[in-house]
Design a protein around this ligand. Structure first.
Ligand code: SF4
Length: 332
């Protein structure tokens, strides 16, 4: 049964198939839907924007960086296989959507979750935990599996026709593929992927930053997406460009408090050191820059520049140059 009032839903949109299907099912059930997606240095809203354009769906893009960093620093439910605080991240996204629901006058928040699609995070108990943690009890609608869950408030109030909602469960994707064809959805990314926090190598770089410089400086968090990383014996971190583009980015994003090291007598990488803890570490950083330079194409010792506190000095780093001694200091 539906009333004349049109239900207004704010649907979490990753751009993946299930999030797109949730929008289509809600629309078929008579709801007006807008999308919400989140952006951080760890994942971008590109897929969501593309899906929203294809669905002709108004989309809210929310900067989620501070929320995500707070969860990485202190995840109440711990991490997944890498530095991914998925349970808390998901609940926090829903909570943020809930805040928008209240302030923008929506009736409910929805997601594309399917019961038991992921055995740990999408069983009935986990879905209940997320609903409780997000503070959205009764206002969180999962249209793809709603018929297997307790009716939400908009369903109880007759704003949404429960009979038009679905009862999907389990890991099989065939029902979603059939629905995609039914709704004319042709372009959707694979359900997994896209979040750097789930990558173990990225997680190691993030943990290193968390343990040393900390995550409060957004610039350093964003720079985790590029360049090589070294942690020197004295605690100094080295961010070393891997190509001309990254060298340019590092120079552009240099902070006044950083130390920059780069070769001047041969082509080679730019390094930035957010904090230099000792002269010995600065010597090592200069040696690393030389070891990753084009020293083999030139004769003689390399001159490097060091820019610190706005003052540029030059120093000569004597041969030989080799990468091997530094490989154990690299964070891969
Ligand atoms: S994969 Fe990334 S974006 Fe998704 S819930 Fe986990 S931490 Fe959050």
């Amino acid at each position: 049964m539906t009333t004349e009032k049109t239900a207004k839903g704010l649907s979490l949109l990753s751009g993946g198939l299930d999030s797109q299907l949730a929008v289509c099912v809600l629309r078929a059930a008579g709801a007006y839907v807008e999308g919400v997606t989140f952006a951080t240095p760890f994942f971008q809203p590109d897929s969501a924007k593309k899906a929203a354009a294809a669905l002709d769906l108004p989309l809210h893009v929310v900067d989620f960086t501070d929320d995500e960093i707070a969860l990485v620093e202190n995840p109440p439910h711990g991490f997944g296989g890498a530095m991914n605080p998925c349970i808390d991240c998901h609940a926090r996204m829903i909570a943020r959507a809930g805040e928008m629901m209240t302030s923008l006058g929506f009736d409910f928040v929805s997601t594309g979750e399917v019961l038991n699609q992921r055995p740990m995070s999408q069983n009935k108990q986990s879905l209940g935990v997320v609903e409780k943690c997000s503070g959205l009890k009764g206002r969180l609608l999962r249209p793809l599996c709603a018929q297997l869950l307790e009716p939400t408030i908009p369903e109880q109030e007759g704003l949404i026709d429960r009979s038009k909602l679905l009862a999907l469960s389990g890991r099989r994707r065939e029902p979603q593929m059939a629905l995609a064809a039914q709704f004319g959805l042709v372009d959707y990314p694979s359900p997994a992927g896209g979040c750097k926090l789930t990558e173990k190598g990225f997680g190691r770089r993030l943990k290193d930053l968390l343990d040393h410089e900390g995550l409060r400086e957004r610039r350093l968090v964003e720079l985790l997406n590029i360049a090589r990383r070294f942690r020197l014996p004295g605690g100094t971190g080295v961010i070393l460009g891997r190509d001309a583009k990254e060298n340019r980015t590092l120079q552009e994003r240099l902070a006044p408090s950083d130390t920059l090291v780069a070769p001047v007598s041969v082509p080679g990488p730019t390094a930035i050191l957010p904090v230099v803890t000792s002269p010995a570490d600065l010597d090592l950083a200069a040696a690393i820059v030389c070891a990753w330079s084009r020293y083999d194409q030139f004769q003689g010792d390399i001159t490097v520049k060091v820019v610190a506190n706005g003052v540029q000095t030059e120093r000569t780093v004597p041969r030989p140059y080799a990468r091997e001694p530094f490989l154990a200091l690299q964070i891969l």
